[in-house]
Structure formats: C-alpha cells, structure tokens
Design a protein around this ligand. Structure first.
Ligand SMILES: N[C@@H](CCC(=O)N[C@@H](CS)C(=O)NCC(=O)O)C(=O)O
Length: 268
C-alpha cells in the first residue's frame, strides 16, 4: 500500500449526518449541535472500522497542495467526518495500480462517499456536497440567477483553467510519441501556457461581484475552487497586482475558522 491513513481536523454532527442522508427530515430533539466525535489527530485508523462513524465517513484521496484541498475544505465547512488517504504526486503514486483501481484517470482527488459512491471531478464533487450539505451554503438556491452564475464559474474553472495545469506540469503527455522535443522547447511551451493561464484568471477576476466573495450574495463553492486552483502554475509574483479580488477570496477563506487549519496544511 502506498498511502497513509490519517484523520482530518473535521468532526461531524448527528443532525448534519441525518440531514445529508435523509434530506427533508426535520430534527426536533437533538439539542445543540455537538460533534458526534471530536476528531483526534493522534487517532490514526484505517477506514472500515468504527461502526456508525465509519458508516458516515467520507474517504478522500489526495495530496498536499493539490486539487484535493478543494474537497477537503468543503468537507471541513460541512463538518463532515473524513479519512484522508495520501497519494503523493511527487513520486507518481497516482499511477500505481492500487490507486488506478480507485480512479482510472489516475488523478486527484477521488472522494468515496459514506454510501460507497466514488466521485471524481472537483466541480461534480462540490455540487454533490452542496446537495448533501445545504446548510453549508455552497450554492445559492436552485433556479436562482446566482446559482446559474455559480455553476457557470465552477465549470469555467473546471474546463478552461484546471486542465492547463496538466499541460504545464506534464508537457510530455501532449507531445506525439517519439517527438524529441528539447528541454528548451518544453520550457517555451510552459511559458506560453502560463500566459494562457493568466489571461483566463483575469476573466475570472473581472467576474467577481462580491466582497470578498465571488458572488454578490456571499460565500459559495466558487470561492473554494478559485482559491485553491489559483495557487498553482508558479504565478505567485504575478497574482497580488493582477488578480487582487481572487487574492482577497483566498485571504477570507484562510481566515475562516473552519478552513484555516486545512488551508495552512496545504498552502502554508
Ligand atoms: N478533472 C479533474 C482534474 C484533476 C487533476 O488534474 N488533478 C491533478 C492534481 S491537482 C492530478 O492528479 N495530477 C496528476 C497527474 O495528472 O498525473 C478534476 O476536476 O478533479
């Protein structure tokens, strides 16, 4: 096995759990929201044990600083119980057989829900969590104009921005086999792709309507997704002056008590 098991800092509440499993069920007698089980960082354990807690645990395959941070932040906000499984990209663990049997696309993140569904594609994961944890405020109400905006920009990040990072990180994947492209040429390609990356982020920057959040109506899953993905492509020097509204979203997210510990673990 190449991954390690660890508990996140998130706990879950019985009412959140029941609401997620039985949407529409009203809770009259649970009293104050109290974590069913306070997460204990010292309590490392494998999934599968632990009765009720195991039955409501999300399993997240991820790596530090990677796209799995998006899902981990959303689960922390939702107060969901999560078991993290580390798949270190640095040593290409996403390509090993064990993980490939979980996610055939060999990418992070993968989320296994308590009911056993395997989810990939960060935008789909965020939308699914929005449905399961309505109180977390990940999406505006169905059919509202703001929800349409949220979906538009979640999908913009997923389809127009996220894929560019694969081309920057792994340019050889996009060359015909046997093409002896030189390192110099590869660097030129990376620089060109960073230009595309920046132009697309400027479009997102211009679409910010809230302060500090992306939507005029306040916090949403777009903030989580934009904050995490904007950290990549080695554009840290460019960001503060070029995309200050996205930077403000990052600062606001990192300052949330439910997100701060997860954010710092991934991005310092
Ligand atoms: N379409 C996927 C993209 C996931 C993705 O590209 N993940 C990166 C990490 S941030 C990855 O696993 N890269 C490793 C690789 O491509 O081999 C999503 O939206 O979640």
């Amino acid at each position: 096995m190449f991954w390690m098991f660890c508990e996140s800092g998130a706990g879950t509440t019985l009412d959140t759990y029941i609401a997620s499993r039985l949407p529409g069920c009203k809770l009259f007698c649970l009293g104050p929201r109290r974590p069913l089980r306070q997460a204990n960082p010292a309590d490392h354990r494998k999934s599968g044990g632990g009765g009720m807690i195991a039955a409501m645990t999300y399993i997240l395959y991820g790596d530090k600083g990677s796209g799995s941070a998006t899902t981990e932040l959303a689960l922390a906000i939702a107060g969901a119980h999560v078991t993290l499984r580390d798949v270190p990209l640095e040593r290409n663990a996403q390509r090993e057989a064990g993980y490939s049997s979980v996610n055939a696309q060999q990418k992070l993140p993968t989320l296994v829900t308590p009911d056993g569904e395997t989810l990939t594609e960060t935008a789909a994961i965020l939308i699914t969590l929005a449905e399961r944890f309505p109180a977390a405020g990940f999406l505006p109400p169905p059919a509202s104009a703001e929800r349409a905006r949220a979906l538009r920009w979640l999908l913009f990040i997923a389809t127009e921005i996220y894929p560019v990072v694969e081309m920057i990180d792994y340019p050889e994947r996009f060359q015909p086999e046997g093409d002896a492209t030189s390192d110099v040429r590869r660097e030129a390609m990376r620089a060109h792709l960073r230009g595309i990356w920046k132009r697309r982020w400027l479009i997102v920057e211009q679409a910010v309507r809230g302060e500090p959040w992306f939507l005029a109506t306040g916090f949403s899953a777009v903030d989580i997704y934009a904050a995490v993905v904007s950290r990549w492509a080695q554009t840290g020097d460019w960001r503060p002056a070029a995309i200050p509204r996205i930077e403000a979203i990052v600062a606001a997210l990192a300052a949330r008590p439910d997100c701060g510990p997860v954010w710092r673990r991934h991005f310092g």
